[in-house]
Design a protein around this ligand. Structure first.
Ligand code: C5P
Length: 260
């Protein structure tokens, strides 16, 4: 919630200020011993080029010996959607392998390994509510700011390239931090809590702006794009029923934020 891109760094990444929240939305992944390594999937079709779960296995093997394993992924979370689905799968591979083959590996060590796979992977090792700085990998836990509200997550199938989305926006390091803005009353969030990717992504895909508006007109007290898009989310005080959108959705989910 809230995503400020502060500046472009000398290593090519962008310095971020954002708050990430773990939601109960899942793919399913099974890892079992096998004669040879294999990866299969069902559910949404995973494009051929590279696979973060296989990358995670190979990366883990660079420091810890792992016998051949069979992985099966049931893919439900849209890819290229800004929900971190691929990163969460890869992080789960690392967590699962650590549980089976390196139980002494600390969570911090696992987070460090995961950061080599993607800037948001350490978040998916840790979960909860985290302020994410650096390129997204530097985590500071915070107390949940919302509880018992409902989150509507929608995706209409538009695929956004994260590197291009970063290239197209104008960074700005001169603002209040996302954490400070989150301390404001939730009624002020609509005016102050922004995702920097929205400006350029909504220009390119006006339908996403319309979907965000539709979340507001149907009662959301806050709505925004998730990550670099194209997934949108709306926060509701009451469980929203019979939501309607003019655009066909490829993915929609309503979950409740429960204080853990
Ligand atoms: O870290 P990850 O591999 O997920 O990032 C994908 C791409 O997104 C990077 O290669 C980079 O182009 C861009 N990126 C960025 N700044 C970040 C995170 C990602 O520019 N903080």
């Amino acid at each position: 919630m809230g995503l400020h891109v502060l500046f472009k760094r000398s290593d090519g990444y962008h310095e971020l200020d954002t708050v990430m929240i773990e939601l109960p939305i899942f793919d399913a992944l099974e890892i079992t011993p096998s004669a040879v390594d294999s990866f299969t999937s069902s559910g949404l079709t995973i494009p051929g080029e590279g696979n973060l779960c296989v990358d995670a296995l190979q990366l883990f093997r660079q420091s810890i010996p792992v016998p051949p394993v069979q992985m099966h992924l049931v893919k439900k979370i849209p890819m290229g959607g800004g929900m971190g689905g691929g990163s969460s799968d890869a992080s789960f591979v690392l967590k699962n392998l650590a549980m089976q083959f390196a139980p002494d590996l600390s969570s911090t060590q696992l987070e460090e390994i995961s950061a080599q796979l993607g800037s948001d992977c350490p978040f998916f090792i840790r979960g909860g509510w985290q302020v994410c700085g650096g390129r997204g990998e530097l985590l500071t836990p915070i107390e949940p700011i919302l509880e018992n509200c409902w989150v509507v997550v929608i995706n209409c199938g538009i695929h956004i390239s994260t590197p291009s989305a970063f290239q197209e926006l104008v960074p700005d390091a001169s603002r209040k931090s996302v954490f400070e803005i989150l301390q404001m009353p939730v009624s002020d969030w609509k005016a102050h809590l922004v995702n920097d990717f929205e400006t350029t992504v909504f220009q390119k895909y006006p339908v996403l702006k319309e979907l965000k508006e539709a979340l507001y007109t149907q009662g959301a007290f806050y709505a925004a794009m998730s990550g670099s898009g194209s997934t949108l989310f709306g926060l509701f005080q009451e469980e929203p029923k019979a939501l309607h959108f003019e655009t066909t959705l490829e993915f929609s989910k309503v979950v409740q934020l429960v204080k853990t």
